[in-house]
Design a protein around this ligand. Sequence first.
Ligand SMILES: [Zn+2]
Length: 278
Amino acid sequence: MSPIKLGRAGRDGLPAVVGAFAPSWLVEPPDGVDPTNPKHLAELERRKKLPPAVVQWYNPTAEKCCRAVTMQHDGEAFIPRPGCCVPICEPDGFAAYLAETAKWVQFFDAKQQTAAEPRIRSDGTFYAFQKPMKESMEQMLDRWRHRIWAQIRTRPEEPCEYFLPRHILNSIVNKAHVCTSVERLKTVAADWDYADTHGQLLFDYLNEALTGFSQIFKERAAADGPSSESEAEEDTPGVQLLEKTTLAVLHSFCREFNLPKSGNKSVVVNRVAQYFIS
Ligand SMILES: [Zn+2]
């Protein structure tokens, strides 16, 4: 087994880039550094405890690039390939890599700055979600962002976090019931870069789901009687709830979870039950 396991970065055969981070002591000091320097001696001792291939991998040379180290370690023939690794085979690769890293740093900085959720109140159109519905909504939005991002991203390796970051997605899930207009959605998704280009699309999607959820609330309230609104968790039998679930909701779920809209009903019912009844 190779000591350097980078995993499979790409999916479905798509090209991918791996970024490997390592502590500074793994990197050998440049020539001319005082060999008796205690810090370097201590670092040398630490490197000695690692498999030599790992140390070589993080200290590639013109004769032996990172990939050559891995292949040799695995007993495979090394066939040079242009741009196979940074910095030996692709000396300019660091710039692109650093730009990518900077994007993430920016992303996490922004996340901290906007941690406080915007204050906006429900206008009473939709009910606040209960836990299983929040989870369903989270999964639906996650699928939505993957689907839309796959259509618009410029490079396949760009994660959908660039499109709809998780912290914004969570804000939308938590405040979905107040999103009764595109403007309200934009307030909830305050720093969403794609609000102007994709706000309407997301609103339409959200609105459809909310209408379905709201229908469930109404039908449950009708089934449970007037005191049911304050009831927090499920004690309605799942089957009873499902019998009352509207066709529109089922259709929306079928589409989300790639289920047939006709045919084997038990498959659909089981999957829906899984998402609604915790
Ligand atoms: Zn290489």
